[in-house]
Design a protein around this ligand. Sequence first.
Ligand SMILES: N[C@@H](CCC(=O)N[C@@H](CS)C(=O)NCC(=O)O)C(=O)O
Length: 288
Amino acid sequence: MSDTPYTPPKVWTWKQGHGGQFANINRPIAGATHEKELPVGKHPLQLYSLGTPNGVKVTVMLEELLALGHTGAEYDAWLINIGQGEQFGSGFVGINPNSKIPALLDRSGEMPIRVFESGAILMYLAEKFGDAFLPTTQPARAETLSWLFWQMGSAPFVGGGFGHFFAYAPEKIEYAIDRYAMETKRQLDVLDRRLADNEYVAGSEYTIADMAIWPWYGGMAKGWQYDAGEFLAVHEYKNVIRWADQIYARPAAKRGRMVNRASGEPTSQLRERHDASDFETKTQDKVG
Ligand SMILES: N[C@@H](CCC(=O)N[C@@H](CS)C(=O)NCC(=O)O)C(=O)O
């Protein structure tokens, strides 16, 4: 932190340790920092993740698929501690060269298939299980994919923009907080208007678009993220709150939100999930 205004040098250089709360993980270079194989469990699907909004999208989908009776969606969810740099281990980089959770390895076929980027994982799983939660007719399919991609393009302004400068940056910069609070509220309003006339984001059906959007914008509207509910006056987004509550009432969404969760109420944290019974026996209050 400094009182003198910053003048960018001609060429940017990496000042290690400058990343505030993320100083130990932020780096300008891709690739692995260390050799580490990933563990493999007994199920066809291996998920390497953490219970952040991007991770929760996938665990909600997997739990919903299982609830529908797709036994092929049984999965092992392994915890990747991004604060400790586990996303830079060689095994993880092998399935996601971008070093970010979530990453999925499908071992059900002859050759393992890797999938990274939460939106791609949701589409992959929907297609694998006969277009589950992905409407097959138009315009519902186009709406689902439009809103799914809207989420993927928009949420970085919320997380990397608003959340970062409001909650994590080493100093509070009014310009940055202002810019991203404005954009976050605009996005919440986009969603609120859509949900005024539609039960779910893509229309009358619950889809992978809801699963992608709910952990981010549902979480914001419920005041679960960045302790920013009052600051952003989230009570204004009544339709988003109605929809968020409706999804949270789904047992599979509740379970999905617990998987790979490493903070909050111990009863809500199932750090790793290797069996459906783990929800009853392995939450942090029971094993911690
Ligand atoms: N667009 C990616 C974003 C994933 C992402 O940002 N993951 C964060 C956690 S929510 C992460 O792994 N961060 C670790 C890092 O930046 O080193 C997706 O949707 O899968």
